[in-house]
Write a protein that binds this ligand. Sequence first.
Ligand code: APR
Ligand code: PHB
Length: 405
Amino acid sequence: MKQITTQVAIIGAGPAGLLLSHLLAQRGVESIVIESRSRAYCEDRVRAGLLEQGSVDLLGRIGCADRLHREGLVHDGTWLRFGGQSHHFNFTELVGKHVTIYGQQEIVKDLIAARIERGGAIEFEVSGVSIHDIDGAHPSVRYRDSAGGEHEIRASYIGGCDGFHGIARGMIPGIVATEHAYPFAWLGILAKAPPLREELVYAHTDDGFALFTMRSPSVARHYLQVPVDESSDDWSDAAIWAELRRRLGDDDTGPPLVDGVIMKKEVTPMRSFVAAPMQHGRLFLAGDAAHIVPPTGAKGMNLALGDAALLSTAIVEAEAGDDTLLAQYSELALDRVWKAERFSYWMTTLMHVQPDSTPFIVQMQLAEMRYLCASDAPAMAFAENYTGLPYAIPLDRIMPVPAHV
Ligand code: APR
Ligand code: PHB
């Protein structure tokens, strides 16, 4: 077995693991990332696409936001549609912040390319990953490379950034999961078609929720609420466009919905899941490895990036002799995670038709949305959460010097 020593062994090359490796590298801490999938698979996986302002700032600080600034679509606000009418929220006016549309796989591409260009170690297509000795000062990760060679990484810390189906969470003794399953799913499409509006439209209708979003000025990403057990095979392309149009109704706030070729379609289950604690000994979880949110409000990737920011700072400070932040990692990360869980739950239950919905529940949803539109206080709370709550520590502590790389 080949042995190699580094400071941090990172499992998973998703947004959490990749950002962690970059932030550590720029503050002089060495790491190795191992990933079970191929580079092409990681770069092509279509996932979320909306970045909080804090996420954009983080990517800027590590010098990985050039393409994001060129191609990302800055949105100052969003539309909420209910009772057949559309209402606009201007986040910039409400809280002085905006969001940016840029696909998760584009971020993954940018982060992998920059890591490799800067001489960072990322090993793809590994298998048989196992974690050892997290209670001691010298934990290790073992794996097989794509040619079958056995390796051991000896490190001071392990970053469990291996997503919801990874192995790291299972290594934390006494970890407790708190979860909630929603009684509906999303059918998502990626289509060669113009987006409906310049900004997103969240639509509450008697027939269920619909979301009109995008990846670029020529690629639309739309979603429909569907029953939990739905298969995307049950939906022809024509049926999807017809249902999107039906749920949008007669919206006279802009041009009508334009169909296009559907390139991808898939059904996403909706659940909330939080595992605690996010640390044990020398093992630290970040991102989907520890928590899942329903996609409404697009918090998943932003939470993963936020965890990586906090964890990198905690490790950098611990390596410099102060492990106060590292000891608090789980507590501080979970505080922000639970607030995002609350927001995602609120937005999800506000906008979907519950299978057992009663006229009373529908009136509660409509009254809450009318209240949101009529008063600045709830509108500001919506905007504050949507554009991203602050991190536990300031950006200058996470990445003090703007990168010139
Ligand atoms: N060994 C190595 N890599 C692994 C292992 C393993 N045993 N198990 C899983 N992985 C890899 C996966 O292949 C994946 O590339 O870990 C990576 C985890 O990445 P993500 O799932 O993207 O998780 P994360 O970085 O936390 O980002 C969360 O992804 O699911 C979306 O909505 C979610 O946007 C959020 C983001
Ligand atoms: C997306 O663009 O995929 C997206 C945007 C906003 C959401 C959810 C998904 O609330």
